[in-house]
Design a protein around this ligand. Sequence first.
Ligand code: NAI
Length: 328
Amino acid sequence: TRTPVNVTVTGAAGQIGYALLFRIAAGHLLGADVPVNLRLLEITPALKAAEGTAMELDDAAFPLLRGIEISDDANVAFDGANVALLVGARPRTAGMERGDLLSANGGIFKPQGKAINDHAADDIKVLVVGNPANTNALIARAAAPDVPAERFTAMTRLDHNRAIAQLAKKTGVQVADIKRMTIWGNHSATQYPDVFHAEIAGKKAAEVVNDEAWLAETFIPTVAKRGAAIIEARGASSAASAASAALDHVHTWVNGTADGDWTSMAVVSDGSYGVPEGLISSFPVTTKDGAYEIVQGLDINDFSRARIDASVKELEEEREAVRSLDLI
Ligand code: NAI
């Protein structure tokens, strides 16, 4: 029998947490044969709500769920963690400047990064979901100098999945027919969903679509602004789709991409494609045996170059801002 994997989820009592935990316990994070211990980190006022969720997890009698611990202390919650899903974050409220938002999140992600550094298992893998996700990941990573930098990632898989869904609708194919979608840059409105390397049932997606105006004026803004459209329609931000993307991100990282395909993950740049080293930016990546590599050698046309550069510029500005706040 396998040793259970310790999975720490922050913001466990929030809406993404509620959509995420039951699916982790069902085996959708790591695989249907991998037992898990859940560690839930919440702020003190939300501990009771987290306990309610834990009661429901008990009541679901998941065979793979071997234990649940709840804490408001990051040093306890990350102790021995193999996978950390950093979902809890400080949302932007009316009148909040970017500097306020970044420093409020620095107050969360810096101590969590340190707790991961000091207490997590050697094979720790971190996914940051809480926004601004790329820069929160940068902050956590800077606070964890003993953890290899490539273990800190941020989520653009929801954007990736949204892009596949939009392209499948437009071209009348199944989502499974679409390969090699790429999200570049920041998980924000500047992100760039790139179909120039994507394939639809083996054909070049851009040629199947054959409509650059649709790409520029409909596809890209629809994907980039989908979060706002969900809020408008649902009266609450995307939660189940975000949880689903977080499961996909970690499942792909651990279990590998299919031959001939890749995924999108925000990872520490090694300078590939002109993205300054050290930024946590979304790239096309392949994964195998629990490790990932940025796909190399793709031709970047002018249309793509301008959009990648704009999103990377925003990431550089965020990095400058957190540097000046002493958060990295
Ligand atoms: P929510 O507000 O429902 O839940 C957040 C939870 O985090 C709350 O229960 C809160 O008590 C907790 N929390 C706050 N500070 C904490 C701390 N220091 N330690 C532990 N827990 C803490 O929010 P929701 O809808 O679950 O979203 C969570 C985050 O995910 C937000 O930042 C949201 O913007 C982001 N998000 C990211 C997406 C992506 O694609 N990267 C997609 C959708 C949401």
